[in-house]
Design a protein around this ligand. Structure first.
Ligand SMILES: [Zn+2]
Length: 394
């Protein structure tokens, strides 16, 4: 199943599973877990290929849109060289074995089949509250982008209630219940800003959302950090977009963020069920993802991460049958038969069989390309600041 076909299809198939699921009901009285039980309880890997997305946006590591659709940002300086660029693969492997901390944060695989190495724990701060510290490990870039964005919001809006910071990843990444993604230190669940006393995981709508702050925060995120996606309920998107238009923001730029006729780019902000209680931000990590690409094979070889498919060994007990074993390990009977060269479903008590598992870390394909940030056109380029750009983009 790792042929050219699945390589082409997987990014499309995975997208529907990428946003977080709801957080557990015990922590969230109105948790969306009730509306998404399948997502919360599934083992992620086997179902991936059977899921058809509602619409087919590009996968997380596909090449970005054609460059002419992106207005070239005039003031974006070339990024500094990657901190590990000077190391050969041999030197990198030595560092991995002898001084792994020196490699910095590493984001491996994809957000729904990934791992985190040398993660950084999101600290509490003056402007935010960490909901669950055991699950707020991210790459340094992710943690810094969150800190930066919230701090900037508070510079623009003094006297703002703290924002709730939900799950990022576990210390070493990987599957983190009840999420599908959040595996590689690049996803974070963030609260909204509310106009009423602040709580975590409250359903937001036009009546309780602090629209100016939430829009300003969204703008800071997309213009001052490398956002891959923001998942946000479409009703909230609508309220924010209308407000931004009233504020004189460029309509074509807003369409490139939220979707709309003035933009041919895939929207940065997307609807995903369950995201009216929080937004989910996925960052690109220029450094940590490239480190992950280079270190992947070495970390597999040194058993520091699991390959996409691996085997567990199971000794059959009296009374076992293939169906029961398959169910227990969330695999198909025929996958077990194939792994062991079985021509029938007969298994023998006392004998050990290989059970294929697909919970490992996906292999990187090529160097990741981070598209230019989507910046609004410079103000003062027209009487209202936006008509010229909208026309120029057509
Ligand atoms: Zn999430």
């Amino acid at each position: 199943m790792v042929g050219a076909m699945s390589r082409v299809l997987l990014p499309f198939l995975l997208i529907g599973l990428q946003a977080c699921a709801a957080l557990p009901g015990s922590r969230h009285p109105r948790g969306a877990a009730a509306t998404q039980p399948a997502v919360a309880t599934r083992a992620p890997a086997p179902e991936v290929e059977e899921t058809t997305p509602a619409d087919g946006p590009l996968g997380p590591d596909e090449t970005p849109e054609e460059p002419e659709a992106t207005p070239p940002p005039p003031t974006e300086p070339a990024p500094p060289p990657h901190p590990l660029a000077k190391l050969s693969d041999e030197q990198l492997e030595q560092e991995l074995l002898n001084d792994p901390d020196s490699l910095g944060s590493v984001s491996l695989g994809q957000t729904n089949r990934g791992a985190l190495f040398n993660g950084v724990l999101m600290p509490d701060g003056p402007y935010w509250k960490v909901v669950n510290p055991r699950q707020t490990w991210g790459t340094r870039e992710t943690v810094e982008a969150i800190e930066h964005s919230i701090t900037r919001l508070n510079e623009e809006f003094p006297d703002t209630q703290p924002l709730y910071v939900g799950d990022i990843s576990e210390k070493h990444g990987g599957h983190i219940a009840p999420h599908i993604s959040h595996q590689a230190g690049r996803d974070v669940d963030l609260g909204y800003y509310y106009s009423v006393p602040n709580q975590w995981y409250v359903r937001a709508d036009g009546s309780n959302l602090d629209i100016p702050r939430t829009w300003a925060f969204t703008k800071i995120l997309v213009t001052e950090s490398d956002v891959e996606h923001i998942f946000m309920d479409r009703k909230i998107q609508k309220v924010l977009k209308e407000y931004a238009l009233q504020q004189g923001e460029d309509p074509a730029w807003l369409d490139s963020l939220f979707g709309g006729p003035l933009s041919h780019q895939r929207p940065l902000i997307m609807h995903e069920d369950g995201h009216d209680t929080h937004m989910h931000v996925r960052f690109y990590n220029r450094i940590a993802q490239e480190s992950g690409r280079r270190l992947y094979r070495m970390m597999i070889a040194h058993h520091m991460i699991k390959p996409p498919t691996y085997y567990v060994h199971y000794k059959v007990k009296r009374g076992d049958n293939l169906g029961r074993i398959a169910k227990r390990y969330h695999v198909k009977i025929k996958a077990i038969k194939r792994a062991n060269g079985l021509h029938s479903s007969r298994i023998i008590a006392g004998r050990t069989y290989k059970i294929p598992q697909r919970g490992g870390v996906t292999a990187p394909r090529s160097a990741i390309v981070i598209p230019p940030r989507r910046l609004p056109p410079p103000t003062g380029s027209g009487t209202s600041g936006h008509t010229t750009t909208a026309a120029a983009q057509r």
